[in-house]
Design a protein around this ligand. Structure first.
Ligand code: TMP
Ligand code: ASP
Length: 262
């Protein structure tokens, strides 16, 4: 771990430090869990380690199919090296099944499959409690250009199709999730790449057979067993060893593959 490094930003679940080279950042995953815009807060031992590893796995898989992300490499149990981007102040949410705020807002039953996936945008501003916005607001206020928004939507739908299949293969229904994007300049060209993280903190994952929640709703709804649930996701992805420990950086493990559930 680099000593005396400069902290750039501290969020609710992660800290960003200046990276070793220009244009790089170290993303540190904390054990903090918050809900309702930080109103509830708890430390959950081991959550950061799992989210670091799950995000690494998912972002590497995306890179493999040609979706550009900010991920460079994992540094240790809690930290990863990422590319510095200019974050677009939007949370892009995709929903495949009715749950969470959609169920609440429209008085609909949780668990109903949507006939087509829905994309929603939220403006990232804690003071305003991340209000939902439309594409009209996004382009009128220059949070993103129409072509950037088009790129984000196309990437989001690709991520959704890919991850829906990936999780289906390990017996998990991808109900909904949140993505964030950033502008990255490489060789003088600017493009939009996937940023932030992908972990059970930012998505809903339900066991296909039992309906059990394997995501942060365990915390939001006081169900308990959050670490066990995240471990179960990691185990099915093939990134936990037999002792239930997260497989560390260069530990090359046979069977480091998703566990197919029949
Ligand atoms: P919602 O149903 O509460 O609107 O959440 C939709 C999805 O977005 C769900 O998978 C959780 C994720 N999410 C975040 O990652 N961060 C947030 O601040 C919120 C509200 C939701
Ligand atoms: N991440 C948000 C918070 O800190 C909301 C959530 O995930 O439910 O409150």
């Amino acid at each position: 771990m680099i000593k005396n490094r400069r902290k750039i930003h501290e969020g609710k679940a992660k800290v960003l430090y200046e990276g070793p080279k220009t244009g790089t950042i170290i993303q540190h995953f904390k054990d903090d869990a918050t809900a309702f815009n930080g109103e509830r807060h708890e430390i959950i031992d081991g959550k950061g380690v799992l989210n670091n590893r799950i995000t690494e796995y998912i972002f590497l898989a995306m890179e493999e199919i040609g979706i550009a992300t900010h991920f460079i490499k994992r540094l240790n149990m809690r930290e990863q090296l990422i590319k510095k981007v200019e974050i677009i102040p939007l949370e892009v949410v995709v929903r495949n099944v009715i749950a969470g705020s959609l169920a609440k807002k429209l008085g609909m039953k949780e668990g109903t499959k949507l006939s087509r996936s829905i994309i929603e945008y939220y403006y990232k501003d804690d003071a305003l409690n991340d209000p939902m916005v439309t594409d009209e607001h996004i382009t009128a206020f220059d949070w993103a250009t129409p072509s950037e928004l088009e790129d984000m939507v196309a990437t989001t739908l690709r991520v959704n199709d890919f991850l829906t299949g990936l999780f289906y293969g390990i017996g998990i229904q991808l109900v909904d999730f949140k993505l964030e994007f950033g502008r990255h300049v490489e060789d003088g060209n600017m493009r939009i790449i996937l940023a932030d993280e992908f972990s059970p903190d930012n998505c809903r994952l339900w066991d296909i057979k039992t309906g059990e929640k394997l995501d942060k709703d365990r915390f939001r709804q006081n169900l308990g067993g959050l670490v066990n649930a995240y471990q179960e996701v990691a185990r099915r992805l093939g990134i936990l060893n037999e002792n239930g420990d997260v497989i560390d950086s260069d530990e090359k493990v046979k069977g480091d593959k998703p566990t197919l559930v029949k």
